[in-house]
Design a protein around this ligand. Structure first.
Ligand SMILES: NC(=O)c1ccc[n+]([C@@H]2O[C@H](COP(=O)([O-])OP(=O)(O)OC[C@H]3O[C@@H](n4cnc5c(N)ncnc54)[C@H](O)[C@@H]3O)[C@@H](O)[C@H]2O)c1
Length: 317
């Protein structure tokens, strides 16, 4: 049976994944606070009746305020771009490493009980055998991946020091409604957005590279399962265990939104692993995680969500 927590803080809760987690927590009847600097997220993503703190996780006084009465933290705020992490190494590290340390320190002082950290498949790099298990080779190939790996170490260490439980969730390529549109994160959202403008999707490399596309509702569910479980001090992959090539995603979306178009090609950017698929045995065994959503089935919902944002953007232009 689930352990009981009364009040959660979701950092980055106005963003894509964090807002889905906040929605699930509200649906469970919990009190929810969110801290977000709105650098990427939006207030429209927030479920109703959450306590919102506008500002940075680097702000010690604001973190202290946001943590009042909180017994569990879901730490999702981050700079989320492999490519940006090369262009702005300091900014990436400041938010993703020092920001995490600040959240951990204030969470420890606030005497929370549990900390769930949004890490990434980027901690593995390119040398791990696929599907990659949690004990696979940890050799990140980007500052973003290096920062997430360092932050994981701080989570484990400071959780022991302050005496709270921790779980590190390594999300794979997450997609779904409400994804923040940027040129660099979320290939499905980016492809749909291009096609809605009548432009073919841009495929990096040969397009044969596979990714483990996991639905945002399933990622939110993994967070809820981690909250309810007694798992402590461990990293757990959050994917589907199945690889889908970028070419297959492009074909699926072209058939729906731009029949006859051909993808344009560009070299694989620095820091992107060639292939990436999760071994989710640990998530299945320890959390009871059972990701059922398939890209083919969820794609209509995602297209509608990107369309709505696209039309809102046009209306506001
Ligand atoms: N989307 C993916 O495929 C994916 C994969 C692996 C890991 N992750 C991780 O999941 C988490 C959520 O990612 P997402 O896809 O929802 O991205 P997102 O950009 O939609 O959400 C991140 C949120 O953090 C906020 N934020 C950024 N810097 C902040 C700061 N200094 N203080 C307060 N808020 C700040 C942004 O405004 C945004 O709302 C991140 O930690 C990311 O690294 C995402």
């Amino acid at each position: 049976m689930g352990r009981r927590y009364e009040k959660a803080l979701v950092t980055g809760g106005a963003g894509f994944i964090g807002s889905h987690i906040a929605g699930r927590l509200k649906a469970l009847g919990m009190e929810v606070a969110v801290i977000d600097d709105l650098s990427m997220g939006s207030l429209e993503n927030l479920p109703s009746c959450v306590e919102f703190h506008h500002g940075s996780i680097l702000d010690q006084a604001l973190m202290k305020k946001a943590l009042a009465g909180v017994d569990i933290v879901f730490h999702n705020a981050a700079k989320v771009s492999i490519r940006n992490s090369f262009d702005d190494i300091y900014g990436d590290t400041e938010t993703n490493v020092l920001g995490t340390v600040n959240v951990l320190r204030e969470a420890g002082k606030a005497k929370i009980k549990k900390f769930i950290f949004a890490s990434s498949m980027a901690v593995y790099g390119d040398r791990a055998r696929l599907p990659v298990a949690e004990d696979g080779i940890l050799e990140p190939i980007s500052p973003y991946g290096a920062g997430k790996l360092a932050a994981e170490a701080y989570v484990r260490q400071l959780a022991r020091y302050y005496g709270f439980e921790s779980v590190v969730l390594r999300y794979f390529n997450t997609y779904g409604p409400g994804q923040t549109l940027t040129p660099y994160v979320g290939v499905i959202t980016i492809f749909i957005n291009s096609l809605l403008q009548g432009r073919p999707p841009m495929v990096f490399g040969s397009g044969a590279q596979v990714r483990d596309f996991v639905y945002v509702g399933d990622v939110a569910e993994a967070n809820i399962l981690a909250m309810k479980s007694s798992v402590n001090g461990m990293a757990v992959n959050v994917g589907t265990g199945k690889g889908t090539s970028v070419n297959d995603i492009a074909s699926l979306l072209i058939s729906r939104l731009g029949p006859g178009l051909e993808p344009v090609r560009a070299p694989l950017p620095l820091g992107e692993p060639k292939d990436s698929v999760a071994d989710i045995t640990r998530a299945r065994n320890l959390l009871g995680f059972d990701p059922r959503t398939r890209v083919e089935h969820a794609i209509s919902e995602v297209i509608e969500s990107v369309k709505a944002n696209f039309q809102a953007g046009l209306a506001g232009a």
